[in-house]
Design a protein around this ligand. Structure first.
Ligand code: ASP
Ligand code: MG
Length: 402
């Protein structure tokens, strides 16, 4: 018998009507002779609302207590969905992260799955039950509940699919698949039939919100058969897989990430060891650095600038300020009005001229580039924040719509 893992996001279970809609998708799959394990997110904006509630009481609440709180959101949707399925007359059981055997490390609020003990889920499937599992959570070795980080339910679903060797893992959302760009920002964006794990991974880490990037990493590692589809419309979604068929599209996606800040350390001594000092200081604070640019030395000084996620900017500035005596910069500047726009596509590996075409499109849209970075299948540029959407549309026009 086939095992299908289905994950439903917050909007797909936001109210009674949507819960029954999901209950129907699950029971139809079950009726067709499949085992089903469904993973659910918290309803609608529940997680945000819980965070707001916590901040109101104690903005410095410990991460352990935050996880205790956020765990409740998924528990509500899992039990309600199980009740809906019960009412339709099907055998079903809901399990929280602990009951489903999700063992994680103790990095509260961003825990990593260490192993999944599948025994309980196997037993329930043997009893012919549909299983509903709370997304985004687990338990650590102290028996405390943890969460996997925002958007982590996708990862829960893929992890179950990998551990249970499922035939298919379907991620149901309120869009009907993966688009070449966010269709709310780029109206001409197209839905993709397929995308490779690597491309999806780059897109997810460049700001595309469809899939949690750890879920894609895991799907690639365990070769999970992954599909993104709509919980509201019956049509084929997007398949995420190892290799995709040759497509005309050189570029599979255009993404924008507003969660970046540029820090410029200006007027550093132009001598060996300076970059090492800066980036080891940042690493010691576990600050994730993305694009890095160093100017050519002139008159014995040079500038180094780099980007970090917004919530690390203050700490990055502090740690560099605290090393002023060693680094001796003229100034340290933070620029917050920037955004990173990226194009992603495996096709660029074998096609020269992609960068030139990208810069031409930006030039024609009169957009100034502040920083550039490239990888095998991605080119990112840092530009003014207020030009982000214009850039996405210009790049879609250049690469996708013709
Ligand atoms: N409910 C969690 C969140 O909003 C996890 C998820 O939806 O994947 O981040
Ligand atoms: Mg999500």
């Amino acid at each position: 018998m086939r095992l299908i893992v289905q994950k439903f996001g917050g909007t797909s279970v936001k109210d009674k009507e949507r819960i029954f809609n999901v209950a129907n998708i699950i029971t139809n799959t079950y009726k067709n002779g499949n085992n089903v394990i469904a993973v659910v997110s918290a309803q609608g904006d529940t997680t945000d609302d819980l965070i707001e509630k916590a901040n109101d009481i104690n903005p410095h609440a410990s991460k352990r207590e935050m996880d205790m709180l956020l765990n409740t959101g998924e528990q509500i949707s899992a039990s309600l969905l199980a009740m809906a399925i019960e009412s339709l007359g099907y055998p079903v059981i809901s399990l929280n992260g602990h009951q489903a055997g999700f063992y994680t490390d103790s990095n509260y609020s961003k825990a990593r799955i260490k192993k999944i003990d599948t025994e309980r889920m196997e037993r329930e499937l043997d009893k012919k039950r549909i299983i509903i599992v709370t997304g985004f959570q687990g338990v650590n070795r102290y028996d405390d509940v943890t969460t996997l980080g925002r958007g982590g339910s996708d990862t829960s679903a893929v992890a179950i699919a990998a551990a249970m060797k499922a035939d298919l893992c379907q991620i149901y959302t309120d869009v009907d698949g993966v688009y070449t760009a966010d269709p709310r920002l780029v109206p001409s964006a197209k839905k993709l039939d397929e995308i490779s794990f690597d491309e999806m991974l780059e897109l997810a880490s460049c700001g595309a919100q469809v899939l949690h990037n750890r879920s894609v990493e895991m799907a690639k590692k365990y070769n999970v058969n992954l599909e993104v589809c709509s919980s509201l419309e019956h049509k084929p979604g997007t398949k995420v897989k190892e290799v995709t068929k040759m497509e005309k599209l050189l570029i599979k996606g255009v993404a924008k990430d507003d969660d970046v800040v540029r820090i410029a350390v200006v007027g550093l001594p132009d001598k060996p060891g300076i970059a090492y000092k800066i980036f080891s200081l940042l690493a010691s604070k576990k600050i994730n650095v993305d694009i890095i640019l160093q100017s050519i030395g002139r008159d014995g000084t040079k500038d180094i600038s780099f980007t970090v996620p917004r919530d690390s900017a203050e700490m990055a500035k502090e740690v560099l300020e605290s090393a002023r005596d060693i680094l001796r910069p003229n100034k340290i500047e933070i620029a917050d009005n920037v955004t990173k726009v990226s194009i992603v596509g495996a096709g660029m590996q074998s096609n020269p001229g992609v960068a030139a075409k990208m810069f031409e499109a930006l030039y024609e849209a009169n957009i100034n580039i502040k920083m550039i970075s490239t990888s095998e299948i991605k080119i990112s540029v840092l530009i003014d924040r207020d030009q982000g959407v214009k850039a996405m549309n210009a790049l879609s026009e250049a690469f996708i719509n013709n």
